[in-house]
Ligand binder design. Structure first.
Ligand SMILES: Cc1cc2nc3c(=O)[nH]c(=O)nc-3n(C[C@H](O)[C@H](O)[C@H](O)COP(=O)(O)OP(=O)(O)OC[C@H]3O[C@@H](n4cnc5c(N)ncnc54)[C@H](O)[C@@H]3O)c2cc1C
Length: 511
């Protein structure tokens, strides 16, 4: 293991897209000192994480390719990488100009960007290694932060960054382990007989991903989406241009306004922006209301996908530049009350689906291949097999049940939840009432006694709001802040600390 001369040791917990943005940001910063980077990830294949594993072609990313980059300063990086690969004759089945690309392809991009960042760091004398293991605990020690893994490895680091991803779907009805219940449906290419009716619990973006993957691969039996509110995600519309001055002015107003007046002031500014673009508040009310039949809503929103005066086109582009600042400046009690009262409805707008997906769903609703039901109140396993889903007072039988219920807190049984529970018990992190753990807004450092502990992506949602914490461009901007702080912090001497066990190298990074 070529670590002898490394002066700084950095451990990354989790090997998904956030970890890739971090390693890439580190490589681009061309650090002068030698760094030993260790990525701990239980999956054999670091890079794709949960959403971008090997999957069916029909399972598409739900953001356009021009917004799917690991570098916020180069939003076209994925698009350009794909064009170059196409010119070399790679991926002949893929249209590099399509706006919405297959999930597996983004996984290839992540793997390759990780490999090239590792190569760039190696050229400067640093190393990047991966360990196929789960991090079970992090302990403060004199020389830094000691990591304990599921494979019994201990390793001391100067800095640890937790890139734990989103919680797995919530098992609200205690069905895990029952035959026919798929607790986590990603990747979406699982073996389901084409003629078997499928019920998906949830109607959010993940539920739609599942329905689309099934429909595209020619599932012949009906697919049913069932949830409490039956609300599908909105249809993505073409975003209106925001001038840099507009974003700057709004950010400045958010920064200047006292917290107590923030909500009112921002509402006034957003109303002014809507009026300037001729956008109607009525459309906003309809989009956020409950109860509109799915087919009618899809038809209406598909008709508005290119409308420059659609409120979603006017306001959503502000989320990346201003959203996290606004969220962080709101008093915590306002944030909590917002999450409780508005988040579920707003999430349908913040996580929209591609228009092609909406068109496919609409067609399937019309032919009866798809049904959307609201009013789910209970799901029980039948003693004779299968499940009963009660919705609006009626019982529906389901043989196969795919779980897409969005979870807010991490489950203490899953690796991320287990680790955070241990760190909470030892006082290293403090759970945030709005999700994840408390972090310092400027640096992503976890607030607590360990100066070398950071979080990136979803575990920062309480302070950065989940829409920003989950946007890759937002994650990349935050990764750069972490890198800047790490490189300017004195090393704790972890590199000199004796290790009770050597690191098991489970993954190889190849291009
Ligand atoms: C199902 C799904 C679909 C999505 N689709 C899109 C999309 O189409 N477009 C988009 O822009 N965004 C999408 N997102 C948002 C997504 O959060 C980001 O795009 C990005 O994948 C986040 O990367 P991550 O590394 O933070 O999380 P992940 O990719 O989930 O990676 C986290 C990794 O951490 C590992 N881990 C957890 N705990 C531990 C531990 N204790 N020790 C070691 N390893 C651990 C997990 O095994 C996992 O591989 C999607 C998210 C989900 C959950």
């Amino acid at each position: 293991m070529a670590t002898g001369s490394a002066r700084m040791r950095l451990a990354i917990v989790g090997g998904g897209a956030s970890a890739v943005t971090l390693v890439d940001a580190l490589a681009r910063s061309t650090p002068r000192e030698k760094i030993k980077v260790s990525i701990f990830e239980p999956r054999a294949d670091p890079g794709p994480g949960r959403p971008y594993q090997q999957d069916a072609d029909g399972a598409l990313i739900n953001r356009p390719a021009e917004a799917m980059s690991i570098r916020h300063t180069e939003p076209l990086d994925f698009r350009n990488w794909l064009r170059e690969a196409g010119n070399r004759g790679e991926f002949p089945s893929v249209d590099p100009e399509a706006r919405f690309q297959p999930r597996w392809l983004f996984g290839v991009y992540l793997r390759r960007r990780l490999a090239s960042a590792a190569a760039r760091l190696a050229a400067g004398g640093s190393t990047v290694e991966t360990s196929e293991s789960t991090v079970e605990d992090v302990l403060p020690v004199d020389g830094g932060l000691r990591i304990l893994t599921s494979t019994g490895v201990t390793q001391t680091n100067d800095h640890v960054v937790m890139c734990l991803g989103t919680p797995r779907p919530a098992d609200l009805y205690g069905l895990s382990g029952r035959p026919g219940f798929v607790a986590d449906p990603y990747p979406l290419a699982g073996p389901l007989p084409a003629d078997e009716p499928v019920t998906v619990l949830g109607s959010n973006l993940s539920a739609v991903d599942i329905a689309v993957a099934l429909l595209r691969r020619g599932h012949t039996a009906p697919v049913r989406l069932m949830s409490r509110n039956g609300a599908l995600p909105s249809v993505r519309c073409r975003p209106a241009v925001i001038l840099p001055d507009e974003a700057r002015e709004l950010a400045e107003a958010v920064r200047r306004t006292p917290s107590a007046a923030l909500w009112t002031t921002v509402r006034r500014l957003l109303r002014a922006r809507l009026a300037a673009h001729g956008a109607s508040a009525d459309e906003m009310v309809r989009d956020l209301a409950v109860g509109e039949p799915a087919a009618g809503r899809l038809t209406r929103q598909l008709g508005r996908q290119d409308a420059e005066d659609c409120w979603r086109a006017v306001l959503l582009p502000l989320l990346d530049p201003v959203g996290e600042l606004f969220w962080q400046r709101l008093p915590p009690r306002t944030r909590q009350s917002f999450l409780g009262r508005h988040h579920t409805r707003l999430a349908t707008v913040l996580n929209p689906m591609p228009p092609a997906t909406a068109a496919l769903l609409l067609e399937a609703l019309r032919t009866g291949a798809l049904e959307v039901h609201a009013g789910v109140t209970a799901v029980t396993a039948r003693p004779t097999g299968g499940f009963t889903v009660t919705a609006d007072g009626r019982d529906h039988h389901a043989g196969v049940l795919l779980n897409a219920v969005r979870a807010t807190p991490y489950d203490p049984e899953e690796p991320a939840g287990r680790l955070l529970a241990r760190l909470t018990a030892s006082g290293l992190v403090r759970p945030h009432p709005c999700g994840g753990v408390y972090v310092d807004f400027a640096t992503n450092r976890v607030l607590g006694p360990a100066p070398g502990l950071y979080a990136l992506g979803h575990p920062t949602a309480g302070d950065l709001y989940y829409a920003n914490a989950g946007s890759l461009l937002g994650i990349s901007a935050r990764a750069e802040r972490i890198v800047a702080r790490i490189l300017s912090s004195p090393v704790t001497g972890a590199a000199a600390v004796a290790h009770s066990s050597t690191l098991t190298i489970g993954g190889r990074l190849d291009g």
